[in-house]
Structures are given as structure tokens and as C-alpha cells.
Ligand binder design. Structure first.
Ligand SMILES: [Zn+2]
Length: 473
């Protein structure tokens, strides 16, 4: 239900409605013709797309008519220059075009020019949140969503056109998305969190203790150096706090609870990620969980990162089971290089051993294995790799114990965090990124993959925290 307007505004609205119907008369006539002509075929399908385009154009005309009546951003003879805080003088109304959800709109808005720093400003654009590429905030949000969720910026532009009926170039989608990601990174760096603090309902383990999980992993991105030259790939970190559904045998009957997760990602040094992740943990009430479990693979520095940033004496450190198991898979393939079936059966047997007896027992069995007398280099190398990886991580490979406690020992979350947050978007075939672009996209991907509400809260904040232009008299 629409709230009734105060009487004077209602009069204005009535007058505007008359103007709008006049401004859109041509468009509505076209729509009527399209519908009548579709009688032979169908008013739906292709006709729907045609009708949408016509209606979007009509909406654009309506907006234009509305804006044409207003003094868009005229605030007197001068305003405070946003760059140097001196007076910037009014220099007339300038015609501009912007692109919004209804396509291109033409409008005029007051323009102020600062002679001191030689820069102009338009209070209307600033207040309305028009982007440097002249997009409205609503279109900026959709372009960024497409740029974040789509496989590439080119695909994103196609997605936007098909879903929203708005055409933007690939370059505009790319630039808009990267700008939004850069702002997001900046806000997180300042300590901003999105949405209200809310303690998750942490699920209980076998002894009834509520458990919170955290994870951190690294993944490579392909980078492009200056002038398009190949450059050394930078590592992106992906970290998260999460509340997974209980293990199956601990799950109450009924629907499986939804995974709750907050991710963070960027081309950070590992140390810089700590405060950012702790802030997310604080916002979801991780302090309230009785036990913390940190799941990582054997990557350099990950375990100490968890110890330093989530420093509880009873912090449980677990080596992600799937990473450990992948070492056994490779070892089995090196032992049976030509026999896929045998390799698979051997890997399964070793993984079962790892799960049921733990890392130390598995390593002992492997050391006493009846290895062939003559071993190819690949097998020798993989044996050494297992020896080193297991040897370094035995203290967090007590899988039978963890499972008996009802803890996750690896999960889709850990295994797929890197893949879904970064890999799917940043490692597409032939994709190369500049450092800034990759950093920005990592942040957006992490927000986008986080629990429902985070993405929306970021955009609501964008809308409601605009700089205002001060008026000078
Ligand atoms: Zn200035």
C-alpha cells in the first residue's frame, strides 16, 4: 500500500501524472500496436521482450519529464568545492545523459566550477550517486552483480541485457564492477561490517558443545603485468567463518539446516587478513560458541594464522581431510600408473585407513608397505611428498577422534571456498587480471558467496551513505 501524500504533494503528483501520460503516449501506442499485432502469434515470448523494451523507454520518458521540471542540484550562487573546500561558483545548467534501469535518460543539472583547483562538481549527481561512468546507483548495483556472478565481463554485459533489458559495454561493466569492489575493499579495511550483528545458532557436537568453524586457504590468480605482459601470479587468500549443518548422525529429524558462511578474499598478505576475519567472526557471535575448530590444508602459514588470530587454548586445529586424502590418491596413481581401477581401489583403502585410524597409523603403514624394488621417479617423489606432508601435520590428523566428537573434518566449505569464491571467476580460460582488478573482484565474490543479506546490506549502505554538498551563501 502506498502511503497517502500530504495535500500539496498530492496536487503536484496529479499534475505530474498528467504530464507523464502525455510524455509516454507515443510509447503506449506502440505497445498497443505490438500487442494487437501479436494476436496471430502470442502476446508472450518474443512479444514480452518487445513490450519490456517499450515500457522501459516509456519509463525513461517519464523520468526525463519529471527531471525536466526540477532544479537539479541548484544550491545558490556557489557551493563548497568538494576537492579544496573553497567556493565553487554556479556555471549554469548543463545537459547530460545517464544510464539507469530504464536505459538512457537525458537531463540537465546545475554545474559548479572551482577556479582554484580547476574542477567542477554537480551536487545533483553527487547526491544521486551517479557513477563516474554516468550510471545510476540501481544500474551500478545490477552491473556489479552481473560482473561478479557472470563468467566474464563480456558474459556479464550479455546477462545484464537479457535479464534487465539494459545494454552496457563490456568495458563499462568491468570498470563499474572493479570500482565497486575497490570501495568494498576500502570499507572492510576501515572496519565496516554489513548488516546488524547477529549471533548464529551454532550447532552442537556429540557432547552438546556449540562449535564455530573457521577456514583459510590460498589460491593462485593469473596476473597481467604492465602493457599486457605476462606477470607472476599473485596468491589470493580466501578465509571464512561458518556454521555448517551438524554431521548426519547428530542431525535432528527435519530439514537440513542451511550452511551459514561469511567469506573474505583478496590479494592480501596473510597477516593483513587476520583483523578482517576476526571482525566478521565478532559480528556473527563466534565468541558465544563453546568450541572453535580451524580447518585448513597444509599450506604455509595457515595453521599459525589460525593460532594467532583465534587464540583460544582449546582451539581445535584440523588438517582438511580432503587435502590429506588427495596425497594418498596421487600416491596410489604413482604406484599403479597404468591401472586406473587398481589405483582407485588402493586410494580408497588408504583413505579409509586414514579416516578410521588417523594420520600416524596411516603413515606407519605406508612406511612398511611392500613397495616395488625398482621405483620410478614419480613414485619416489610422491612417497617423499606424503612423508613430508603427513609428517608435518600429524598433530591435526586424528580423524577418528574428531569424528567421534561430531566435528567436521573437511567439508564442501573448505574444499570449495577457493573454487567458488575465486577460481570460478578469476581463473577462467585465458583470463588474466591486473592486481587491482583481481583484488576488487575477490572482495565482491566473497561477499556474493557469503550468507544471504550481506550483498544486499553492502548496497543499501552505498545508497544511504552519500557525501552531501555544502551550500555557501
Ligand atoms: Zn576546488
Amino acid at each position: 500500500m502506498q502511503e497517502p501524500l500530504p495535500a500539496d504533494q498530492e496536487v503536484e503528483a496529479q499534475q505530474l501524472a498528467a504530464l507523464l501520460s502525455e510524455a509516454t503516449r507515443e510509447d503506449l501506442l506502440r505497445l498497443a500496436r505490438t500487442l494487437v499485432a501479436s494476436r496471430e502469434t502470442s502476446p508472450f515470448g518474443d512479444t514480452e521482450f518487445e513490450a519490456r523494451d517499450i515500457l522501459l523507454r516509456a519509463a525513461a520518458r517519464a523520468y526525463e519529464r519529471f527531471l525536466a521540471q526540477k532544479k537539479n542540484g541548484y544550491e545558490g550562487a556557489s557551493v563548497t568545492c568538494p576537492h579544496c573546500r573553497q567556493a565553487a561558483a554556479y556555471h549554469g545548467d548543463h545537459a547530460r545523459a545517464l544510464v539507469g534501469l530504464f536505459g538512457t535518460l537525458r537531463y540537465r543539472r546545475a554545474y559548479y566550477y572551482c577556479r582554484r583547483c580547476g574542477r567542477g562538481c554537480a551536487p545533483f549527481d553527487q547526491r544521486a550517486g551517479i557513477t563516474p561512468r554516468q550510471l545510476t546507483p540501481a544500474l551500478e548495483q545490477l552491473a556489479t552483480l552481473a560482473g561478479t556472478a557472470g563468467d566474464s565481463f563480456e558474459r556479464a554485459a550479455g546477462l545484464l541485457e537479457e535479464m534487465a533489458g539494459v545494454r552496457l559495454s563490456e568495458a563499462t561493466v568491468a570498470r563499474t564492477t572493479e570500482d565497486a569492489g575497490t570501495r568494498l575493499a576500502h570499507l572492510l579495511g576501515e572496519g565496516t561490517t554489513f548488516g546488524p550483528a547477529r549471533e548464529w545458532g551454532w550447532h552442537a557436537d556429540a557432547r552438546g558443545r556449540s562449535v564455530a568453524y573457521l577456514t583459510v586457504d590460498s589460491t593462485g590468480t593469473r596476473q597481467q603485468g604492465p602493457g599486457g605482459a605476462r606477470a607472476e601470479g599473485r596468491m589470493a587468500y580466501v578465509a571464512g567463518v561458518y556454521n555448517p549443518p551438524p554431521l548426519e548422525w547428530l542431525r535432528p529429524p527435519g530439514p537440513v539446516p542451511r550452511l551459514q558462511a561469511r567469506y573474505l578474499s583478496g590479494l592480501y598478505p596473510l597477516a593483513a587478513l587476520g583483523p578482517l576475519l576476526r571482525r566478521q567472526a565478532l559480528q556473527v557471535g563466534m565468541e558465544g560458541a563453546e568450541l572453535w575448530v580451524a580447518l585448513t590444508d597444509g599450506g604455509g602459514g595457515l595453521e599459525s594464522f589460525c593460532r594467532q588470530n583465534f587464540n583460544r587454548p582449546d582451539l581445535v586445529l584440523i588438517l582438511d581431510f580432503y587435502h590429506a586424502a588427495s596425497y594418498l590418491g596421487k600416491l596410489a596413481r604413482a604406484l599403479h600408473p597404468q591401472q586406473e581401477e587398481q589405483a582407485r581401489a588402493q586410494a580408497e583403502q588408504w583413505c579409509r585407513l586414514l579416516k578410521e585410524e588417523g594420520g600416524a597409523a596411516t603413515l606407519a603403514v605406508l612406511r612398511q608397505w611392500d613397495w616395488p624394488a625398482r621405483q620410478p621417479a614419480a613414485l619416489r617423489e610422491q612417497r617423499a611428498a606424503v612423508e613430508e606432508y603427513f609428517g608435518n601435520n600429524l598433530h591435526r590428523m586424528e580423524y577418528p577422534e574428531y569424528l567421534a566428537e561430531g566435528w567436521h573434518t573437511g567439508s564442501g566449505v573448505v574444499e570449495s571456498a577457493c573454487k567458488t569464491v575465486v577460481g570460478q571467476r578469476l581463473k577462467g580460460a585465458g583470463m588474466r587480471w591486473g592486481t587491482d582488478g583481481a583484488h576488487a573482484l575477490c572482495h565482491l565474490r566473497a561477499l556474493y558467496r557469503s550468507e544471504k543479506g550481506q550483498w544486499e546490506a553492502f548496497w543499501r549502505r552505498q545508497l544511504h551513505n552519500r557525501p552531501t554538498v555544502q551550500q555557501l551563501n
